[in-house]
Design a protein around this ligand. Structure first.
Ligand SMILES: [Zn+2]
Length: 411
């Protein structure tokens, strides 16, 4: 007897297939994760030093809006390589333009929040800030950061011990984080794109309160990526009545010059001259702050997963010596970029910057296909299985019963 199709049979069937697909996805991910122990380790550093990494993600706007697999691959790589026997990642900073379409909560902002969840689950302190693309200019009520706040609500970050606070206690547009590695203590400020004077006054007060900590400042635009020669080649710069173009965004220069604990200022946003530049700012204590611009959004495939990370090698006791080494790496391409503005080191004793690094660092990452990619693939496949199953069920329900009479050949 033919089994009658009922809607509840399909729903039960869908649930069984969906549950099976989820279980399958989970098993596959667990197996792949177990197989894919990080291959890299922080090698070469002497035993009397402590080494750790700060990752800078910038301008992920095209990934979160159009190439989400790449964004998940990057954030997965960050979480996977955060382990103490790999990069020992102590902090992750995002330099703004998290999404391209600030008004799309479903999809774009959800993808951004999911990527950051991977970093949070790995237990790595992190900060972020809104760039010019993270605004919603279409809302009738004029609340341009409605979606940003919904994706990154203050109450989610307030509960972390490393979360220092926010400007006005309002939201996560301007925040600071307090984190430590051994005896080395840091404060990391995150300031929105083009912060106003009130935000800059607050940033100054945070840096003053935590003057005993080494400071990093992240903002969307910290300075240009063009070299002095490229700036000099600009027709505007040849007009003698115009002041010389400052490669550092003046409010960031002022912060770095005033507060002697500022060591690194991170920025993104610009890409016209290749998206990378390092500049030094002299502070009032005759020390050096380094303004480090990195943005890869104009490379192929929305940036091809290129990111910047800084590996610190410091003496165990807090002293003004040690080395910070900059690496430019793509987990997708599994390649380093090694030219002078992509791979360089900063000598903390002298403030000097030079190409290459003293301490070699092995590559970190999965030996097998990225689990994030496998997860995306399994999810897509399970949706496909569900679709085919539903199609078969519907066709079986709609098709008229085949009778013996229908098969009789009629002339
Ligand atoms: Zn931007």
């Amino acid at each position: 007897m033919q089994r009658r199709w009922r809607p509840e049979n399909t729903v039960r069937g869908e649930l069984r297939v969906a549950a099976f697909a989820r279980s399958l996805a989970y098993v596959v991910v667990v197996v792949v994760c177990a197989l894919s122990a990080p291959t890299g380790a922080a090698g070469g550093a002497p035993a009397d030093t402590v080494s750790f990494t700060v990752v800078a993600l910038g301008d992920t706007q095209y990934y979160t809006s159009f190439f989400r697999d790449l964004f998940f691959e990057m954030t997965w790589w960050v979480s996977e390589c955060a382990a103490p026997d790999a990069l020992n990642t102590a902090f992750v900073t995002h330099l703004g333009d998290i999404v391209h379409r600030g008004n799309r909560f479903h999809g774009d902002w959800q993808a951004a929040a999911y990527g950051f969840k991977m970093i949070a689950v790995a237990g790595v302190p992190h900060g972020f800030l809104p760039g010019n693309h993270d605004k919603d200019n279409t809302r009738p009520d004029g609340d341009r950061f409605y979606e940003y706040r919904a994706a990154f609500p203050l109450h989610r970050y307030d509960r972390y011990a490393w979360f220092g606070g926010s400007f006005g206690g309002r939201d996560t547009r301007n925040t600071y984080q307090l984190w430590e590695v051994g005896m080395h203590r840091f404060v990391s400020l995150h300031l929105k794109h083009h912060p106003g004077s009130d935000v800059l006054r607050w940033a100054s007060s945070v840096l003053r309160t935590h003057a005993d900590r080494t400071a990093t400042v992240s903002t969307h635009y910290a300075g240009t990526d063009c070299s002095d020669e490229q700036l000099g080649a600009s027709p505007l710069a040849n007009v003698s009545t115009l002041p010389a173009i400052d490669p550092v965004y003046p409010p960031m220069r002022a912060l770095a010059a005033e507060h002697c604990n500022v060591l690194l200022v991170f920025g993104g946003h610009v890409f016209g001259c290749g998206g990378e530049r390092a500049t030094a700012v002299r502070n009032r204590c005759n020390g050096t702050a380094h303004v480090l611009v990195s943005n890869y959004q104009d490379r192929g495939r929305a940036g091809n997963g290129w990111l910047r990370y800084y590996h610190f090698t410091l003496p165990r006791q807090p002293q003004a010596t040690g080395e910070v080494c900059a690496y430019t790496y793509s987990p997708r391409l599994r390649r380093f970029e090694r030219d002078e503005d992509s791979h360089f080191s900063i000598d903390l004793a002298t403030g000097a910057r030079r190409a290459g690094c003293t301490h070699a660092l092995a590559e970190c990452g999965s030996r097998y296909a990225s689990p994030a990619f496998v997860l995306a693939w399994v999810w897509i496949a399970s949706v496909d299985v569900l679709f085919v199953y539903l199609l078969v069920m519907l066709l079986a329900a709609e098709a008229p019963p085949v009778s013996a009479a229908a098969c009789v050949h009629r002339p």
